[in-house]
Design a protein around this ligand. Sequence first.
Ligand code: SAH
Length: 353
Amino acid sequence: MEKNRLQKKDIVSFNYEEILAEMENAGEKQFRGKQIYSWLHEKLADDFSQMTNLSKTFREKLDNLYEIKKVSLAARQISKKDPTEKFLFELADGSMIESVLMKYDYGNSVCVSSQVGCRMGCLFCASTLGGLERNLTPSEMLGQIYQIQKLTGERVSNVVVMGTGEPLDNYDNFLKFVRMLSDGHGLHISQRNITASTCGIVPNMKRLAEEKLQITLALSLHGSNQEKRKKLMPIAGKYELAEVMEACDYYFDRTGRRPTFEYSLVKGVNDSEDDARELVLLLRDRNCHLNLIPVNPVKERDFERPDRKNALAFKNKLEKNGINVTIRRERGSDIDGACGQLRKRYADMKKER
Ligand code: SAH
C-alpha cells in the first residue's frame, strides 16, 4: 500500500490534454501544463531541473509527484558499412530494449521496439526467443526516439515500429505513442512517415483502421498460403490468411493508405517458383507494396537466406507480373543489425557471467 501511494506518475506518457488536466486539477495555471509538455516533448528534457522557466519550488513539487522514466543508453554500435547505428537502452526496471537509426537521403528513420520481448513466436525471429517480458509504455517508445535525437544531434523524420515486440499486442500504448509522436505540440512527425508492422492480429488491425490515422500498416506475410504461413508464424493458427488479407483491405478502404507486405525469404521454405507464383495471385489485384527481406540467420534456428541470385529471380518473377516489389537493402549487418540480436547477445553475455 505504502509503496503504491509513493509511486510516481509516468509524466511522459501523459498526452497534451492530460497534462493540461493534471495541472488544472492541481490548481495550477493551464500554461504551466503547456510549458511542461514543451519541455518534455519538444526540448526533450529528461530531468525537472532542466525546466528553467518553472520556479524551483514548482520543479521540486513535480519531482515528488512525477517520474520522467529513464531510457538510458547502455551500448551504441556504429556500422562501418552504412549510415546505421544501433542503440541498446536500459529502462528504469533494468529491462533492455534496442532501437536502430538508419540515415537515408530522404531523412533519418528510427526503428523502435514496442515491447520487452515478444510472445508471437515467429520461428525465424530472435526477439521472441525469451518470450514476452512486458509492454512498453508510450513514454518508453517515445524515449527511444528522443534519446536518439539527443545522442546523435540528428532530427528524426521517419519512424518504423519494427523492433522487438508486436505493436498490436500492446494496442493502447502503441496508439497513444503514435498520436503523441505526431502531435504538433511535440516532435510533430507526420503520420505518413510512420509505419507499424504487425504479424496479423486481425481484430486490432480492424480497430486501427477506425482510428483515423494516416500511418502505413505493414503486414508480415512470410507465406503465400495458409499452410506455409503457419509453418513460420504461430499466429497464423489463430487467424486464417484470408481473414488477414481482408483486414488489410479494410485498413486500405478506411484510411486510403496502401499496405506494405513483408516477406522474409527463407531458403527452401518459401522461396520457390511456386511460392512466387502464388504470391502473385495473392497480391496482384491489391494496391500494395511488397518488401522482400532475405532472412537474417539467428543462431538458435537453422534458417538460411537464399543466394542473392535466387532472391533476385524471385523478385523478378513478381515484378514481371506487375507486383510493386523491392528487396530490403541490408543495413548494419556488422552491428547485430537483425531484429533482437543486440539485445539477445547482451542477455546471453549476462547469463554467462
Ligand atoms: N511484430 C511485428 C514487428 C516485428 S519485426 C511483426 O511481426 O511484423 C519487423 C519485421 O522483421 C517482421 O516482418 C518480422 O517478421 C521480420 N523479421 C524478424 N526476424 C527476422 C529475421 N531474422 N530475418 C528477417 N526478417 C525478420
